[in-house]
Design a protein around this ligand. Structure first.
Ligand SMILES: [Fe+2]
Length: 605
């Protein structure tokens, strides 16, 4: 057997993954273990988990594969600095100690940390993304497109894959980057770069793309084939510690929004505009890619591939018949791409045939806990529970959902990638008109202009949404079908911001956005039988094959990993039921003193 450990680290979202004879057997992000969001340090815990899951030691690994080439990245940093010198000296000097201490010594570091004496292979950043998009996909051949902020030099690449071969045809280079452009607007609208992009996308439907002409005239020189150049006069990311500069502020008529400043229509229009520009760029690229490769299938990865609204548009645009998106599309997934590149390119081995949807096992690749272990650990934490068989557990959970309760659903192996997919999820009844508000304010401790995502049975998706495809990773957006929608009155249409979201606009309001769209997760019996059984039972009772699905965590915290994490989040919030393995915990049965104690532990940030 051939074992390859893939690692991504030192940028953001460190992760490890283990590939055995070309099959992904384990993958996880470091943040889930260390409880530090977007942890970028060497993924010691994730590595340890992967080895333990496969039952091997580091000495049994054939290779370790690292997801980018640190020396090339260093060269980019250095050259960019020299291009702009002496501007940017401060950010250059700030970055240096970390490079000299850690990043340039990755081979030594990996050997030391993992106790691995063998060969460490390095894959280019976009090669890693591309490999993570194509090799686990369900396609024998496909066009491949990667887009992100920046790796070494590349910010986007495309090519095609066939069998165990992957060929990259073209790259777009730093500083011309769709990811960085989107991040610049994320920064400018007052959200956190590298994580707030999702919020900008969620904000876009509230606005009009009024600034689209301005962006295309001044910032982006966009070509017919989707390639583009960004006018660096408006950006500061090459030299400074900010994304945009004073000239950018003047162009858009105001300084960047501060994080706690009120969101206005202008910010929503800015979000709508950058979203529209992004969609235009992605559509031009995918159309020309379809022409150039003649491929009927498309695979996507890189941070921009998490833009599920743009992905939905690509699908509906029809240049490709089918599209598949790597669930860990960001840099965590690079660990997987690096390992698969080592297997297929370095060793030249064939791709295994995937019988179940694709090679990601529904992305349920993280740690799981045996029933006995869950019981012991919950008991040690002070939990009071009943142990039910699967039928009872499902029945009781449906009772709770129907009664409007928020349920913590902790089952099987943790998801790999940023989305919770019914293994570490908080779930609720999407028909409930107050569910959206309840979950946001009393469970997740945030006010949000984003609705939640629906989990829907794969076989029923087309009855509820304008989509009849697999979307197992919540990476495609489509509208709720018209006969499930409710028309708005004039008064309702005039509402603004969160008020607009609180208007009931379909029979499943908790998962319907203001433009009737939804971020869909199709649930498949083959990859998550228990979640599938739960939604089936909910459908049998209510006629609705849809649940609200949001990640099992509170704001600012990584998604829960262990039974203790789940218990802590359950106790500290207004989640009313926790279904962990076969353990059923009702909030009212927990010790009041313990509840008080846990409540106090959550900082409401
Ligand atoms: Fe990346």
């Amino acid at each position: 057997m051939t074992y390859i450990l893939g690692i991504s680290a030192y940028y953001h979202d460190s992760a490890a993954c283990l590939v055995r004879d070309g099959e992904v057997v384990a993958a996880a992000q470091e943040e889930r273990f260390t409880r530090r969001k977007h942890d970028h340090r060497y993924p010691a815990h994730a590595v340890e988990f992967c080895l333990r899951r496969a039952g091997i030691t580091a000495a049994e690994l054939d290779f370790v594969a690292f997801y980018d080439k640190p020396l090339l990245k260093f060269e980019r940093l250095l050259e960019t600095y020299l291009d702009y010198a002496p501007r940017g000296l401060r950010s250059f000097l700030l970055a240096m100690p970390l490079w000299l201490r850690e990043k340039l010594w990755i081979r030594e570091q990996v050997s030391k940390e993992a106790g691995f004496e063998g060969r460490v292979l390095f894959t280019e950043h976009h090669e890693s993304h591309a490999a993570s998009a194509f090799f686990p996909s369900p396609f024998e051949s496909a066009a491949v497109l990667t887009m992100d902020g920046v790796g070494e030099w590349a910010t986007s690449s495309y090519g095609y894959g066939k069998g165990n071969e992957l060929h990259l045809l073209k790259e777009l280079h730093f500083p011309h980057s769709l990811g960085l452009l989107y991040s610049a607007f994320t920064y400018y609208t007052g959200f956190k770069v590298n994580s707030g992009e999702y919020k900008v996308m969620g904000l876009a439907p509230y606005g009009e793309p009024k600034y689209l002409p301005l962006i295309l005239e001044h910032l982006v020189d966009l070509k017919e084939d989707g390639s583009f150049r960004l006018d660096q006069q408006y950006f500061d990311y090459c030299t400074g510690l900010r994304m945009t500069n004073d000239k950018f502020d003047r162009l858009f008529g105001a300084p960047a929004r501060r994080p706690e400043e009120l969101l206005t229509q202008r910010h929503m229009d800015l979000a709508a505009s950058i979203q529209a520009v992004t969609e235009e760029i992605v559509l031009r690229i995918t159309r020309s890619l379809a022409k150039e490769t003649g491929a009927r299938n498309l695979c996507l990865a890189g941070g921009v591939a998490l833009n599920c609204v743009a992905n939905g548009k690509v699908l509906r645009d029809g240049s490709f018949e089918r599209i598949w998106i790597q669930p860990a599309a960001g840099d965590a997934g690079g660990a997987l791409g690096a390992a698969l590149t080592a297997y297929h390119h370095h060793l030249g081995r064939e791709r295994p045939v995937h019988n179940v949807i694709d090679g990601m096992e529904g992305s349920y690749l993280g740690p799981s806990f045996a029933q006995g272990e869950i019981e012991t650990r919950l008991r040690d934490a002070g939990g009071v529970f009943e142990v039910l068989d699967e039928g009872e557990l499902v029945g009781r959970t449906v009772d709770a959902l129907e009664a409007g309760k928020a349920v913590g659903w902790f089952q099987g192996r943790m998801e790999f990638g940023p989305r919770a997919l019914g293994a570490r999820s908080i779930i609720g009844d999407p028909r409930n008109e107050t569910m959206q508000k309840t979950l946001n304010l009393r469970v997740k401790y945030r006010e949000s202009f984003r609705p939640f995502a629906p989990s829907v049975l794969r076989e029923d998706v087309a009855d509820w949404f304008e989509l009849d495809e697999d979307s197992p990773y919540m990476l495609l957006v489509a509208d709720v079908v018209s006969d499930k929608r409710r028309a708005m009155t004039e008064d309702e249409q005039a509402l603004f911001g969160i008020d607009k979201l609180n208007v009931v606009r379909s029979t499943i309001p908790a998962v319907t956005h203001v433009d009737y769209s939804a971020r869909i997760q199709t649930v498949h019996r083959e990859t998550n039988p228990r979640y599938h059984a739960l939604i089936s039972a909910f459908k049998e009772r209510t006629g609705c094959p849809v649940l609200v699905n949001t990640s099992f965590n509170v704001r600012g915290e990584p998604i829960v990993c262990t039974p203790e994490d789940a218990f802590r989040c359950f106790m500290g919030t207004d989640i009313e039921v926790l279904a962990a393995g076969n353990c059923y915990l009702a909030k009212e049965r927990q010790s009041p003193a313990l509840r008080e104690d846990y409540k106090g532990r959550f900082e409401l940030d």
